[in-house]
Write a protein that binds this ligand. Sequence first.
Ligand code: PEP
Ligand code: MN
Length: 264
Amino acid sequence: MVSSKWKLDRTIIDCGDGVLIGDNNLAMMAGPCSIESEEQINDTVESLLKNGVRIMRGGVYKPRTSPYSFRGLGMEGLKMFYQACNKNGIKIITEVMESAQIEEMMPYVDIFQVGARNAQNFNLLEALGEIDKPVLLKRGISGTIDELLYSAEYVFKSGNEKLILCERGIRTFESAYRNTLDLNAVPILKEKSHLPVVVDPSHGIGIRKHVIQMALASAAVGADGLLIETHKTPEKAATDGQQTLSFKEFDELMLKLKKLKEIF
Ligand code: PEP
Ligand code: MN
């Protein structure tokens, strides 16, 4: 059902209030890896508004390799996140880690993110298939393109067709960077499926000074949107600071993306 053979026209995801993903404009989603405080949310909202970005990212449930690392502010953080975004017309994308969280999170979330570590959590995927909100599905840590499409199929066949696919880099033998951002996946996924395809170059390379270039490359290769980690002071971020753009760097990326649009 997610195949382009099954549906010939491309799917456009309506996140509400005129915020679309897959409509030929590059949908920008930016914000911190983790929600940390009210002040941090307000600073991020200001940076997004300045750049005309309508979707803020931020995790409140964080999948961490070590159980002793910061694991997010949970529902309290999500409610703070919602307060600040709702009054500024900004949509929220945040990760859901298990099906039991969906109901509680529902009123505060515009797009549910399924993280790379949960890409084949089939119970979670089926539970998200039963709701009427967009779901962004990340490619698994070592997931193939077909495995990502089968995961999408789990959500789709359960009734939710509001799906976005996300390339976020895969684990390979290469250790010079965090993940291998597989930009080949963009044209291949867009050929195989009618669903919008977005790229997360932050996790894709994992090195701040190269994120802008890889974001531009993602846009050039036809991504429908970008998921970018940003923070006022990346070096002080609770998680993923090493790959997070400062607000100034994010402004620079937005300017370069505008120039790129003039070429393409
Ligand atoms: C994230 O977006 O912060 C995240 C944890 O992503 P991934 O699931 O791709 O590692
Ligand atoms: Mn992160």
